[in-house]
Design a binder for this molecule. Structure first.
Ligand SMILES: Cc1cc2nc3c(=O)[nH]c(=O)nc-3n(C[C@H](O)[C@H](O)[C@H](O)COP(=O)(O)OP(=O)(O)OC[C@H]3O[C@@H](n4cnc5c(N)ncnc54)[C@H](O)[C@@H]3O)c2cc1C
Length: 339
């Protein structure tokens, strides 16, 4: 029997401000919005969209997208930020899509598994990290996962399927998940914790799930900083790589203003990062309405003062045109501009 929550109508929220679900803190009110917590709830929503003739848009923690000022009336916006569960056994560690990637760095420290440090303070959920192949320096999500579980949204049965990481066509910010209508449910990790660490891992996850409404970059930073500080009180030493990441991100003011991080992908053929090109064009600090090209990082456009999506897009076009005129190529947006 379906529980009360498990109907399409009960799972849907109405007139929900999308700004509350994006690190940009931008986005008008969605006619339909939902935050499923289980696969069953997610599938109920997807099936319900078919029945009610609605489109849907899947998002994670909203840290790499720009929601519209006027969301489409006929679209259900599905956030996976409450889709958080782990299955930890001595031989397997499944992590669901809504789990923040930064939690991997914390749990790597707790479980004494090296290689997850690069995810520290990387905003966003694992599902989008798998979809975007999120990275920091030379490390990327595809390095630490083994098997990805997904739903093929074009398959009428919406059955759960799996794929080995070697088949995922991973490249720089690229994956097979961007080439297909596949919704990532989560992944088995390459490394697994020891049996004695399972309880600690479940406690760590329960603490994350107990907090409500973590939607700003500032609150995300405070939470992860507090978790890592708590571990040092237990005698664990924070690796230098994690301290360097905190210093770098704080230095670039990543958590001070609402943003989506880097707006454009770097063009490795050209060889100079987009941020440095914007700097050469003297565009850092340029404002338009409430939007501003970050004075600290040329590839970031911040929501400085109640910016609209249109104001952010105006500055994106300023950068695209400026770089094209001066350097001969149009930078490709990394941010997902939602229609
Ligand atoms: C301050 C700041 C710093 C950042 N630094 C970095 C960095 O160093 N490296 C880096 O790679 N990124 C960085 N980012 C960008 C962001 O952290 C990543 O792109 C992250 O993967 C986005 O995760 P999310 O859950 O917020 O995804 P969202 O922004 O919610 O979604 C992004 C895209 O993924 C799709 N998607 C989300 N979940 C799923 C799913 N389960 N299945 C299929 N598709 C899905 C969405 O449809 C959308 O197209 C930064 C962002 C900020 C705000």
């Amino acid at each position: 029997m379906l529980n009360n929550r498990m109907t399409f109508e009960n799972l849907c929220m109405r007139n929900e401000p999308l700004a509350n679900h994006s690190s940009y803190q931008i986005g008008g009110k969605a006619n339909f919005f939902a935050m499923p917590e289980t696969v069953e709830e997610l599938l109920t929503l997807l099936q319900g969209c078919k029945t009610h003739g609605l489109d849907y848009f899947i998002c994670g923690m909203g840290s790499n997208l720009l929601f519209p000022d006027n969301p489409r009336e006929d679209t259900l916006y599905i956030s996976l930020k409450k889709f958080v569960y782990w299955d930890i056994k001595p031989s397997k560690w499944f992590i669901s899509s809504g789990t923040p990637m930064s939690m991997l760095a914390i749990s790597g420290l707790l479980f004494r598994i090296p290689g997850y440090e690069f995810t520290y303070l990387l905003p966003g959920g694992l599902g989008a990290g798998i979809y975007m192949n999120a990275k920091y320096n030379h490390h990327q999500i595809s390095d630490i996962i083994k098997t990805v579980y997904y739903v093929d949204l074009s398959d009428p049965t919406l059955s759960v399927q799996s794929i080995d990481v070697s088949q995922c066509k991973y490249g720089y910010k690229q994956s097979i998940f961007q080439m297909n209508p596949w919704l990532v449910l989560g992944a088995d990790m390459l490394a697994v914790p020891g049996e004695e660490q399972i309880v600690l891992g479940n406690e760590l996850l329960a603490r994350w799930k107990a907090q409500e409404g973590m939607s700003t970059l500032a609150s995300f930073y405070s939470y992860m900083d507090a978790e890592s500080s708590a571990l040092t009180k237990q005698g664990l030493v924070i690796p230098g790589e994690m301290t360097d990441i905190a210093n770098y991100r704080n230095g670039k003011r990543h958590f001070e203003y609402p943003s989506c991080g880097s707006v454009f992908k770097n063009n490795y053929d050209y060889g100079i990062p987009v941020g440095a090109l914007v700097d050469r064009l003297n565009l850092k600090g340029k404002e338009y309405g409430g939007a501003m090209i970050s004075p600290y990082h040329g590839n970031m456009i911040i929501n400085h003062n109640h910016a609209t999506a249109e104001e952010i897009k105006y500055l994106m076009n300023t950068i695209i045109e400026g770089v094209n005129t001066a350097f001969g190529f149009e930078p490709e947006p990394e941010v997902v501009v939602v229609k």
